[in-house]
Write a protein of this length. Sequence first.
Length: 375
Amino acid sequence: MGRAPGTTPGRFGSESGTSGSGRPSAARRLPETAAVLAVRRAVRDWLSRFGPRETEEQAVAVALSGGADSLALTAAAVVETSAVDALVVDHCLQPGSGAVAAEAAAQALALGCRSARVLAVEVGTEGGLEAAARRARYAALDSARRGLPVLLGHTLDDQAETVLLGLARGSGGRSIQGMSACAEPWGRPLLGVRRETTRRVCADLGVTPHDDPHNTAPEFTRVRLRTEALPLLEQILGGGVAPALARTAEQLREDGAVLDALAAELRHTAGDGQALVIETLATAPAALRKRAIRAWLLEGGAKALTTKHLQAVDELVTAWRGQGGVAVGGGRAGSRLVAGREHGRLTLRQAEDGIGPMTKTEPAERAHHHGREPS
């Protein structure tokens, strides 16, 4: 397709015009090395499964940090799609970060992107630096994507690190399913590609990636996993640890999809307006019941659910002792969102004092629990 006004011609050259499929009639030329072809195949496979089909133009946005992973992804996306808009987030956390972001944007245009924008963000402190930066980054990308899916440069190695982190937290199967290839609007085409391959792509293209100092800073847990734990596991177990962890995540994700579908059926069956019928939930297997409750809480506006939250709400169904409601995150300012048990139903409501509105129904519930109808 024709290039958008105001952008720079691609580094490797391009021709205008599109085919009937919406792709460029003459693809921008990249060296056909093993690494480049591997990344291109990964992007092509992702597009065939999840790519936009609503319009003839198959355009995407790419989150570009200037690192090897996102540069390799950007180069491949330029070839495999109709148009690429590069979004460069400047976290403003290091001296010279603006210059690094500007260089990444220039590299994007040189690779053939239709546009490249630098998004400066303010990173808070809540939850630690890593979590705060992540929230700021995703919010900026979401606001700037203009309806396009956003491709992220997470690799197989990132997936392995994510699985290890989830395993250490002990938060159940969902936490070790890793990152999904597609969770709209986010796409991760490189989850089957090794980090070393993306660095090889940059070398093959003659581009120099930016090495973020934070990626080697030992105060970050993920960095220590990357530089200490995973290499030690590879040494002890004779290699192949990262691919094995990534395979585990994929298998768990497939199993999880089936359980989520069954839990959705349970959620529908147990539904009574905005509440859930206790008797229906109590007779269901724990794996389905907890998933149904989790989905119900999220649908009701709950935020940042933890295993403790979910366990406490589940005990309103399975271990009723007359306890009051369970406050979960997500309430309006000055109130809390509270899950409680009332007249054989699991309810979710805003409570000014958090727990109070739930406790008045406890005697009736205790009577029902012991086989007597409330008077």
